[in-house]
Write a protein that binds this ligand. Structure first.
Ligand code: GLU
Length: 497
């Protein structure tokens, strides 16, 4: 049977890190074995699901380049089928009606899990103590016929164990005594999560369920549903958690921006870089290597390479430049620095456009200049935003001066205030504004002034770009060209700040 996997997000917010990673691993697995990668939107929580969220999830997948096969399945479209299956289990005596008044019932999945835990902790609570569990069929039918509302619960056997072989965590086992008779259908007829997932996975002929480790408890419950239905469960692979730097839970609520895919797109991440980073959150190919193209990831990916240890997302809330995981940022810089220039050009263009720095000549008369400039300045950039921020002086006369750079490179050497305009006059005489010619003139100038060439270059850098660091200064002179170089060297603006 060919492999079929699915990504099954609940559309209750944007696409977050953990979900994006689950999507990626499903995608890589499907592509690596020639299987199908399907998408199912689990929109059964009607109060919390929004179309906007579905849109943002789809956008996130598109940004990451994770294209799915077949049509999207919306879980809510299948609610009637889920109900029928619950009723069938009731008919077969594998489920029962629970007439407990609504307010007394743990009627959502979350509440169910909390209740399970509390009961386990107490250690003595009998999971089979529901007073309606052993009602005779006649009694149960009579109450239902009289219009008493009821939920439908799975009748979990008194003794026994569920077990499965997890592709990542190995053999997993849970005693029935730890699992309550889970609700399949709410009294308002609403099918609950575990039932819906099992029915849909069966209908979609899913062979492998790859999802976060936080679903382990659900998996045991779902296996019970498969068994009640007389069906073979799919294989399961649970993925390690992604933790915050303090090893606590990474949460949408607390860490909204750092876990949202939209943030990465909007803050200038290159999609292939972020995808590469995500792939390494809990997986490795067992080699000392970190940069992989999508094709290489597909080729190398296997579930055996998924780690059992939780991954940590290392970010520094207080440090603006390192607002996200260090490695994610490093990897983005690496992609910006090394990706084919023709792939970077359109990204640079987008960025300049959104910063209102774009000019059509960059694609026309100044095309060669533009591409050379992007290639020059990309070397030290971390995000695409840097093209319009740190790179601003290359595209606009209206750029800021970094205070520290002014202190360190200009004001510490007061002579530069007259020397740099003097150098500008000297540069007027350079006909051919190229690297070698400029170097000779500046070297001679520094010698005459009895100062290090570095002092001249650093001062010039700050006047020309507003910054303390950047590409080789000779390349900066050449790129900005004679007119701008001279004008900025003579400018007193920075000196007066
Ligand atoms: N809708 C579930 C979630 O977003 C996914 C469940 C699954 O993959 O089975 O956590």
């Amino acid at each position: 049977m060919s492999i079929r996997v699915r990504f099954a997000p609940s559309p209750t917010g944007y696409l977050h890190l953990g979900a994006a990673r689950a999507a990626l691993f499903n995608y890589l697995y499907a592509r690596s074995v020639g299987g199908k990668f399907l998408l199912r939107i689990e929109d059964t929580d009607l109060e919390r699901s929004t179309e906007e969220s579905t849109r943002s999830i789809l956008e996130g997948l598109e940004w990451l380049g994770l294209d799915y096969d077949e049509e999207i399945i919306f879980q809510s479209d299948n609610a009637e089928k889920h109900r029928q299956i619950a009723l069938k289990l009731l008919e077969e005596g594998k489920a029962y009606r629970d007439f407990t008044p609504k307010e007394d019932r743990a009627n959502t999945n979350i509440k169910q899990n909390i209740a399970d835990k509390a009961r386990q902790q107490q250690g003595e609570k009998n999971m089979r103590d529901n007073p309606f569990r052993n009602l005779s069929k006649a009694e149960s039918d009579a109450k239902a016929d009289a219009g008493e509302p009821f939920a439908i619960r799975l009748k979990v056997a008194e003794t026994g164990k569920t077990s499965f072989e997890d592709a990542v965590y190995g053999f997993q086992e849970r005693d029935y005594s730890e699992i309550e008779d889970l609700v399949l259908l709410r009294s308002d007829g609403h099918p609950l999560y575990n039932l819906a997932v099992v029915c849909d996975d069966l209908e979609m002929q899913i062979t492998d369920v790859i999802r976060g480790q936080d679903h382990l408890t659900n998996t045991h419950k779902q296996i019970l549903i498969y068994e009640a239905l007389g069906k073979t469960p799919p294989r399961f692979a649970h993925l390690p958690l992604i933790l915050a730097p303090n090893k606590g839970k990474l949460s949408k609520r607390k860490h909204g921006a750092v876990v949202s895919m939209t943030t990465y797109r909007d803050k200038g991440f290159v999609a292939p870089a972020f995808r590469n980073f995500l792939a390494l959150l809990g997986w490795s190919a067992g080699e000392e290597r970190e940069i992989y193209s999508l094709e290489e990831l597909v080729e190398k990916f296997s579930l055996e390479g998924v780690h059992r240890n939780n991954a940590v997302f290392n970010f520094h809330e207080a440090d603006e430049r390192h607002w996200t995981d260090d490695k994610a940022l490093w990897m983005n810089a690496e992609y910006i620095r090394t990706m084919p220039l023709e792939s970077l050009i359109p990204l640079g263009k987008n960025e300049l456009k959104s910063a209102k720095l774009w000019r059509d000549e960059y694609e026309d008369d100044d095309k060669v200049w533009f591409e050379k400039t992007i290639d020059l300045i990309r070397q030290r950039f971390f995000t695409l935003k840097d093209f319009s921020a740190q790179g601003r002086a290359f595209f606009s006369e209206d750029f800021d001066f970094d205070e520290k750079a002014i202190e360190k490179n200009l004001k510490k050497f007061p002579d530069l205030q007259t020397w740099l305009p003097e150098l500008a006059n000297r540069l007027e005489t350079v006909e051919d504004f190229t690297h070698d010619n400029l170097e000779a003139v500046i070297k001679k100038f520094a010698e005459e002034k009895g100062t290090k060439i570095g002092v001249i270059m650093n001062g010039a850098r700050t006047l020309l770009t507003g910054l303390a660091v950047g590409p080789s200064m000779l390349a900066v002179f050449e790129t900005l060209g004679k007119e701008k170089t001279i004008r900025r060297l003579k400018s007193q603006v920075a000196w007066n700040l």
